[in-house]
Design a protein around this ligand. Structure first.
Ligand SMILES: O=C(O)COP(=O)(O)O
Ligand SMILES: [Mg+2]
Length: 228
């Protein structure tokens, strides 16, 4: 049980490592326009992000006051992704301290990875654009197989790929989905303030809250490994 803590740090993507809402907003509005529907504001779309693309589309249709059946939703998801994937890095920026935090962990010999509800192709595109791909030991997207966050499956899959027990890993996210997924997995969780959630960061029930990702190193060392 003794040894390095943590043995790995996993990061959520949207609202945590990157501020991707502006590109998601643009792609969603282009998708809506193709159906003759009106646009949403950036703020409204930011609140729709975090549960994966099918839920994004459901929430958009809900915002339009319209119902959407599963087959139609899948067609809209495909159209959205065809628009989003080629332009996923046009307006997206790294969050403050993301480069420094990821680099510091890797330089200290701690493996890092990404666990996001975003599909893996767009995730890899974004990571590569920001020079983060080579730092990541594992990248698990929302289409990896298991149910998306707030279910624990994507986090468990990342641990399996790393060959680590969940109790030795810390997850860093921005929303209630991340906290719920980590708790269900039995993993310590840190929340970054200012991400994509309408719930106050301090009210999410995380083990710790940080204002910037480069404060992560100090905070993580104060946490304890979760017992298996
Ligand atoms: O909703 C999404 O597509 C992704 O969100 P996440 O990176 O915060 O998991
Ligand atoms: Mg997020």
């Amino acid at each position: 049980m003794a040894g390095r803590w943590p043995q790995a740090v996993l990061f959520d993507l949207d609202g945590t490592l990157v501020d991707s809402a502006p590109d998601i907003h643009a792609a969603l509005n282009e998708t809506l326009a193709s159906y003759g529907e009106p646009p949403f504001t950036l703020e409204a779309v930011t609140r729709m992000v975090g549960r994966g693309v099918p839920v994004l589309i459901e929430r958009a249709w809900e915002g339009l006051g319209k119902s959407i059946d599963p087959a139609e939703r899948e067609r809209v998801v495909a159209r959205f992704l065809a628009i989003y994937e080629p332009r996923a890095t046009e307006l997206t920026t790294l969050t403050a301290g993301a480069s420094e935090a990821t680099r510091a962990l890797v330089d200290a010999g701690t493996p890092i990875g990404v666990v996001t509800n975003k599909p893996e192709a767009a995730t890899r595109e974004i990571l590569s654009h920001f020079g983060l791909s080579e730092l990541m030991q594992v990248v698990v997207g929302g289409d990896a197989g298991p149910a998306k966050k707030p279910e624990p499956g994507l986090l468990l899959l990342a641990c399996e790929r790393l060959g680590l027990a969940v109790g030795q890993v810390v997850f860093v996210g921005d929303s209630e989905n991340d906290v719920a997924a980590a708790k269900a997995a039995g993993m310590a969780v840190v929340v970054l303030r200012g991400g994509y959630t309408s719930i106050a960061a301090d009210a999410l029930g995380a083990d710790a809250v940080v204002d910037r990702l480069d404060a992560l190193g100090d905070v993580v060392s104060t946490l304890r490994p979760a017992s298996a």
